[in-house]
Design a protein around this ligand. Structure first.
Ligand SMILES: Nc1ncnc2c1ncn2[C@@H]1O[C@H](COP(=O)(O)OP(=O)(O)OP(=O)(O)O)[C@@H](O)[C@H]1O
Ligand SMILES: [Mg+2]
Length: 424
């Protein structure tokens, strides 16, 4: 659950619902678990509101019990809405159970009928973002969701994940595109790939798109750059995945200054949950700035000496520039290329002091077919053993692997206690 410690109680009796401006809801995924038809029909109407157009909403019945069941195995969306008619103790029990499965960044909105300060405090302590007292109107619901992201001090919605090759041509773009596809599909979450290789980028080719506009129009029109312009420049690849394609023409020089992409990043962060930056292998003020300001960096490297040296330099530079962030992740690619002498994967990661989050084998048939068809490898051959490697990398980037580990950590003490009891 979100760690936000401030809870907002929306009581429609006191809310001035008719007049206040409501910001459009960004591209969040929202799942609501209702108990009564009154609330579910209000949410149904809210989905049709113009300010909710970009949100992906799924409506279920079954309240807190169904929510806990739904997320036992699958990742949680950006927002979970739970209507409850349970008493306080039962509701808190269910929220505690849910918190075990909640991904960080997921916001929980509870809809109840009790106007009870002790309950508010308990909900706040559990990281609940909003408590709505039923009955309420359609606009009250839209406002509550909107304010999760637009209220002053609300953390930005989007996570920016940069992919950077330790050397040219090591497959950084290929891995970035496949991971973005995997995130959008497995997490069912809106994802944008921004192709930062303006001269030669391949996102358009890889996703079989030939858009007339793309990232250049965003960068060269900073005064017009907002969520609406981005919407027009995106090419939709699937329901959840869009790209901001590179022009890949050479009629302009793409020597940007350091802050050229700041505005773009701000707008992307505010409007979409996952932003994948496909950064070309160049070392410039702007590429360094993009890497430093990303939430997560993935270094893609082939197992040879030049890649090792460059990976080490990138790691050291990023560690110095962002000492309070997690280390980048390492994806080793093109592993096992016939006849090429290689640094063994374990030596490469041991010497870097960075375990590889993914080891992707050299498979020219698979990757060549995917590139020629404008498809992802999961579309070309879903059963190929590289597909789960990409999916695992996507999960590690999204913090899912860590969450599973945490879950084990939570379970272990119980298990230990059980074993000790058995032994005595
Ligand atoms: N594991 C792999 N096995 C075989 N071929 C691969 C593999 N990964 C990527 N490729 C191929 O390598 C080529 C280069 O890939 P890509 O364009 O992704 O590299 P890059 O690191 O982004 O390059 P640049 O430095 O230009 O940004 C592509 O033709 C791609 O299909
Ligand atoms: Mg590239």
């Amino acid at each position: 659950m979100s760690s936000s410690s401030e809870i907002h109680v929306i009581d429609p009796a006191s809310a001035d619902s008719a007049h206040a401006q409501i910001a459009p809801v960004p591209r969040v995924s929202l799942q609501a678990f209702c108990e009564t038809s009154d609330v579910s029909s209000i949410i149904q109407e809210a989905i049709a509101d113009r300010r909710m157009q970009k949100a992906h909403v799924k409506l279920h019945m079954g309240g807190a019990v169904a929510a806990v069941e739904a997320y036992r195995e699958s990742p949680t969306p950006n927002v979970i809405v739970i209507e409850t008619t349970l008493d306080r103790a039962a509701l808190l029990d269910h929220l505690d159970a849910l918190s075990e499965f909640c991904d960080s960044g997921t916001k929980v909105v509870v809809i109840g009928r009790m106007n009870d300060i002790a309950l508010y405090r308990d909900l706040m302590a559990r990281g609940v973002s909003e408590y709505l007292i039923a009955p309420f109107g359609v606009v009250d619901f839209v406002r509550a969701v909107s304010e999760l992201y637009s209220a002053a001090g609300a953390p930005p919605l989007g996570r920016v994940i940069s992919f950077f090759g330790a050397k040219g041509g090591v497959g950084a773009s290929t891995i970035a595109h496949n991971v973005a596809w995997s995130i959008s599909r497995d997490f069912d979450i809106a994802t944008i790939v921004a192709d930062m290789d303006l001269g030669f980028g391949t996102a358009g080719l890889d996703f079989n798109q030939d858009p007339p506009q793309g990232i250049a129009d965003a960068v060269y029109a900073p005064e017009r750059l907002d969520a609406n312009l981005i919407d027009r420049l995106l090419s939709k690849c699937t329901d959840k995945l869009s790209i901001l394609a590179a022009p890949a023409t050479l009629d302009r020089m793409y020597d940007f200054d350091e802050s050229a992409f700041d505005m773009l990043l701000d707008v992307l962060r505010a409007s979409v949950p996952v932003v994948v930056l496909d950064i070309p292998h160049t070392w410039s003020a702007w590429s360094r700035r993009l890497l430093v300001s990303s939430d997560e960096v993935v270094i893609v490297a082939a197992p040879d000496l030049a890649n090792f040296r460059n990976s080490k330099n990138i790691l050291d530079t990023l560690r110095a520039a962002r000492p309070n962030d997690a280390k980048p992740k390492l994806a080793l690619n093109l592993v096992g290329m016939p006849k090429r002498p290689e640094i063994p994967v374990n030596d490469f990661s041991d010497q870097l002091e960075l375990p590889a989050s993914a080891v992707v084998g050299f498979d020219p048939k698979l990757f060549g077919t995917a590139a020629n068809n404008g498809q992802m490898i999961g579309e070309v051959e879903a059963g190929n053993k590289i597909v789960p490697v990409i999916d695992d990398l996507a999960r590690a980037i999204m913090g899912r692997a860590e969450i599973k580990k945490q879950k084990r950590a939570i379970l272990n003490p119980i298990f230990d206690k059980f074993m000790r009891k058995k032994a005595s």
